[in-house]
Write a protein that binds this ligand. Structure first.
Ligand SMILES: C[S@@+](CC[C@H](N)C(=O)[O-])C[C@H]1O[C@@H](n2cnc3c(N)ncnc32)[C@H](O)[C@@H]1O
Length: 750
């Protein structure tokens, strides 16, 4: 049975990751229909006249011509006949304007009624969708309130608080906003129209024209709107009729949900499967736009197929390579939508659509919400359909490995079953990518912590982030564009001896990585903060800290842009990862869902920045509570100080607040990740980012691990012990061979 978890972190605020089916209308969590999403991302050019297209687009939203006409006229005037603005983002401006127009009219009506008190009428029934006080919490976890100095209030005092963001936009909406930000810059007019529409404080009332007549019969709908702070303007792009639809599965298209990277994805696209062959309990829908039709369907076993049929005038004389097509569209997109960087990938986008489709058409028991009587589903006139296609099972077998991790498990008898626990995105939209969590074996509760994508300062830690502290030698203010393209490395390469650590492809240079891997020298403090914390009156001698190479990335005082090749860690996670329950007794772990090349950035270790003294207090407390802690010491530079002030000896504690790195388990010696200190916004090395890079090529579904640098023989360490189950032939935990372990719980100093 699949359980979609509606609550991930502890605290009163929850996000509902539930699955909703809105009477045949499929929407993603931000309220966009797949249709909208698809058009938005693909920028499919309408073929007919602009006006007809605009009417048609609005018609799919159940907005009739009469309402569209005056608004369109007005917009054409305002934009001086420039259709680009009106058509942008699937007529968003037009939609907004229609909506605003309607709101204005309603407001007028209200005003009129107020000045005509005699007119006695029943109050109109309205469905409130605004961020009501008690709903505001349902979007994200409680975050500590940020003080004016950038610090967060102590953890204890913040647990009951609501998210401190002034804007009520949900974290989930943030990702959506990122997509559209490029559009905003294209026109001031557009931007003002957008600003008025996307402002979260101006949440509308559901318009009857937008809501299916029987929406009241769908209790989940209201809940869904509340949970996602859905803007009614984005609702119900298309109600999908299933009866007599032309839904079908194109079995020649390898499972997109399984992210084939073979590059042959569409080659056999002329082969199709009639839905009734495979759709016993699957879902399908057909989304019709001007000149374009999308069929999307899932099989009972969880594979999703997506098909776009577009009546283009020119017939292709030969079938081009699918990679070439994807590349061309990607390039077009990068250009026209100013989408930045390598993270944008059409394949990933298609995969996301399939994943969301599956999620939204499956109930909590893993059964499809949409039933298609096979007799009703025919596709005789499809240009790409054949009578006897291969069954969907064949395709799944080849991609089996990945789909297991993503959606379901394949049992010994060949049957698939859904994982017991599945959380779609533990980051709740705070990272560039979703990170799911699965428990394929049991129904454990998801781990309790607050997801934060960036470090936050707890209380006493001194982190000197000030532009004034960055001297000209520590930045490259005269650079522009991409520093890696410059023939002479700029000042930011100084830390790495005049050569950048990254290649143009954004991965670590072979030499730099191998130097980091082979570096195993220790440096010793004269007065070690760790020993001081253990015994202040009579501290023992420093046990040593690994000497580590720093990377220095360009930052705000540099003249280059965000796409500069020397800004990798600060751009965040870009690859697909998943938290999963390990079988070997290590608890939760992190695995990659895609092949990773050697030297690629995975994620940084994020947590609360605490002083060594504060950490010590926490450790004492957690010993009492018998709770595991997740601290990492930022000790890469301790050896260079004669006496390190307690407020400068910093740690990252991811026990209560952390990111995905808190799930990376330890492996002795031959781990596939290496942690490298990265200097971004501070020049002294008391505070830095701890970034994980792959030490070798890592295959999809491999668990990610790093060597915590534990001394399994050190009895004096204050943190609770664990018995190492890393499975490495080089395991340092002697207790594996019989004796009891006294090893330490979490990554601390090396
Ligand atoms: C940073 S956390 C890693 C995530 C953790 N497994 C969880 O479930 O949240 C460190 C903890 O994971 C467990 N752990 C990590 N590596 C392990 C290993 N090689 N063998 C056994 N337990 C391990 C220990 O309980 C340790 O205290």
């Amino acid at each position: 049975m699949r359980t979609y978890v509606s609550e991930f972190a502890f605290g009163p605020d929850v996000v509902n990751d539930g699955v909703y089916k809105l009477d045949g209308c499929l929407e993603d969590r931000s309220g966009q229909s797949l249709y909208n999403l698809f058009f938005k991302h693909f920028g499919v050019k309408m073929k007919k006249e602009n006006v007809v297209n605009a009417f048609n687009a609005m018609k799919t939203l159940n907005i009739d011509r009469d309402k569209v006409k005056p608004v369109l006229k007005h917009l054409l005037k305002v934009f001086e006949g420039n259709w680009e603005f009106i058509e942008a983002e699937n007529y968003r401006v037009l939609l907004d304007a229609i909506f605003d127009d309607k709101e204005d009219k309603e407001a007028d009506l209200k005003r009129k009624k107020m000045v005509e008190p005699d007119v006695c009428e029943r109050p109109q029934k309205k469905v409130q969708m605004g961020p009501e006080e008690d709903e505001a919490s349902s979007i994200g976890d409680v975050l500590p309130s940020t003080l004016s100095n950038g610090r967060v209030e102590p953890y204890k005092t913040n647990l009951g608080n609501k998210r401190a963001e002034p804007d009520s936009c949900s974290a989930m909406n943030k990702r959506k906003e990122q997509h559209s930000s490029a559009m905003i810059s294209t026109s001031e007019k557009l931007s003002s129209a957008r600003a008025s529409s996307s402002s979260c404080s101006k949440l509308p009332i559901v318009e009857s024209g937008f809501v299916p007549a029987d929406s009241e019969k769908v209790p989940a709908l209201d809940h869904f709107r509340k949970a996602s702070r859905l803007d009614a303007r984005q609702l119900h792009i298309s109600s999908v009729p299933f009866a007599g639809s032309t839904s079908r599965i194109h079995s020649g298209i390898p499972d997109l949900a399984e992210g084939s990277s073979s590059g042959n994805t569409f080659r056999k696209s002329s082969q199709c499967v009639d839905v009734d062959n495979v759709m016993e309990c699957g879902s399908a829908c057909s989304l019709q736009g001007s000149g374009c039709k999308f069929d999307i369907a899932s099989s009972p076993t969880g594979a999703v197929k997506l098909c776009c049929v577009s009546a283009l005038k020119k017939g292709a004389s030969h079938a081009p390579d699918i990679d070439a097509i994807l590349k061309a569209v990607e390039e077009k997109f990068l250009r026209s939508h100013k989408i930045v960087g390598p993270p944008f990938s059409l394949k990933k986008l298609l995969k996301e659509i399939c994943k969301d489709f599956l999620k939204m058409t499956t109930d909590s028991t893993g059964r499809s919400l949409v039933r298609i009587p096979s007799s009703e589903v025919t596709s005789p006139e499809s240009p790409c359909c054949r009578k006897k296609p291969p069954t969907i099972k064949n395709i799944e077998v080849s991609n089996q490995k990945k789909s297991e991790a993503e959606t379901s498990l394949i049992m010994e008898d060949g049957m698939k079953r859904q994982p017991h626990l599945y959380v779609d995105d533990i980051t709740k939209g705070q990272e560039n990518v979703k990170i799911s969590l699965v428990d394929e074996h049991g129904s454990r509760n998801p781990p309790k912590f607050f997801y934060i994508p960036k470090n936050i300062i707890y209380q006493k830690a001194i982190v000197n982030i000030a532009l004034a502290r960055i001297s000209d030698e520590d930045c490259c203010s005269s650079c522009s564009g991409n520093c890696l393209s410059s023939p002479v490395p700029c000042a930011c390469a100084r830390t790495t001896h005049g050569e950048f650590a990254y290649t143009q492809q954004g991965i670590l240079k072979e030499k730099f990585l191998s130097d980091c891997i082979s570096e195993n020298r220790l440096v010793y403090c004269q007065d070690c903060p760790i020993e001081r914390a253990k015994n202040e009156t009579k501290p023992e001698k420093c046990k040593g800290h690994s000497l580590r190479r720093f990377i220095k990335e360009c930052w705000s005082k540099c003249g280059c842009n965000m796409q500069c090749g020397n800004r990798v860690v600060q751009r965040g996670i870009t690859r697909q990862f998943q938290v999963f329950w390990t079988n070997e007794g290590k608890g939760w772990g992190l695995r990659t869902l895609e092949d990773l090349p050697k030297g690629i950035f995975v994620c940084e270790y994020v947590g609360e920045v605490v002083t060594n003294t504060e950490l010590d207090e926490r450790n004492k407390q957690s010993r009492v509570n018998q709770r595991h802690t997740y601290p990492v010491q930022l000790d890469a530079d301790w050896g260079s100080e004669s006496i390190l002030d307690d407020d400068y000896a910093l740690c990252l504690d991811a026990t209560n607040y952390g990111n995905v790195a808190r799930f990376i388990n330890h492996r002795c010696c031959d781990a596939n990740l290496l942690e490298i200190p990265v200097e971004v916004e501070t020049v002294d090395h008391h505070y830095y980012h701890l970034a994980f890079f792959t030490t070798r090529e890592v295959k999809a579904l491999e668990e990610l691990s790093w060597d915590y640098g534990l001394d399994f023989d050190d009895d004096s360490h204050p943190i609770k012990a664990f018995r190492c189950r890393c499975g490495s032939p080089l395991c340092r935990d002697k207790s594996r061979k019989g004796s009891r372990s006294k090893a330490r719980a979490a990554p601390s100093s090396r």
